[in-house]
Design a protein around this ligand. Structure first.
Ligand SMILES: [Zn+2]
Length: 220
């Protein structure tokens, strides 16, 4: 009985040892696999960074050659493919935006660069100089835009009233009577503009829409 137990124990011990022997190289094998994967991932990342860097370099080159539109395409492709934007890209993209007269965009990215790098970055002084130009450009652009936005209003033109040469008086709608609402009730008075005719001559009409036609005194 004792012998059998001992034998059982030794068998169990042997099995445990065997398992240990088998599993340890297996574990080691797993580690190797994991290490390989990690290495592969690292290479992939490195490769990607290399491609991005090359694209950024070529974008800068295109910009320096004055090919701003093409450079813009490359810069945008870099922007779309990086998890976080390298600060140098902010500078170059901001500068290229200036060349493309996209001043608002330029100000935005150059400001970002300066925020990230302060005054000690490789391009800090350049960025500040370009930012100044971009801000000036933006200001000018806004002035041009607001000048363009001035409305064309009819009062700035002389209106042709047609062959009759007269227009129904817009003040009294031709009724010659003007009704004013007061808290005491409606107050009626003679229209001061159309001389009790209900019409204005074309000249009078044009004066009226410019605010230049004076009402006659006998309104009441
Ligand atoms: Zn009138």
């Amino acid at each position: 009985m004792a012998a059998i137990t001992q034998e059982k124990i030794s068998i169990a011990g042997a099995l445990a040892l065997l398992l240990l022997l088998i599993s340890s190289p297996l574990l080691a094998q797993d580690d190797v696999e994991r290490e390989k994967l990690r290495e592969l991932e690292k290479q992939r990342e490195y490769q990607k960074t290399r491609v991005i860097t090359a694209r950024l370099d070529s974008a800068i080159e295109l910009m320096n050659l004055g090919q701003y539109e093409l450079a813009d395409v490359k810069f945008r492709s870099v922007l779309a493919n990086v998890k976080s934007v390298p600060s140098d890209l902010a500078y170059h993209f901001g500068k290229n935006s200036y060349y493309m007269e996209k001043y608002k965009q330029s100000v935005d990215w150059l400001t970002k660069y300066i925020q990230l790098k302060g005054t000690t970055g490789q391009y800090s002084s350049d960025a500040a100089a370009w930012l100044k130009k971009a801000e000036e450009g933006l200001l000018q652009q806004r002035q041009v835009q607001s000048a363009k936005a001035v409305e064309v209003l009819s009062r700035d033109f002389t209106i042709d009233c047609g062959p009759t040469g007269k227009v129904v008086c817009p003040v009294c709608n031709g009724s010659t009577v003007v009704i004013r609402k007061t808290y005491l009730g409606d107050k009626y008075s003679t229209c001061g503009y159309c001389k009790k005719t209900g019409y204005l001559s074309c000249d009078e009409y044009n004066q009226l829409i410019r605010g230049q036609l004076k009402a006659t005194a006998d309104q009441h």
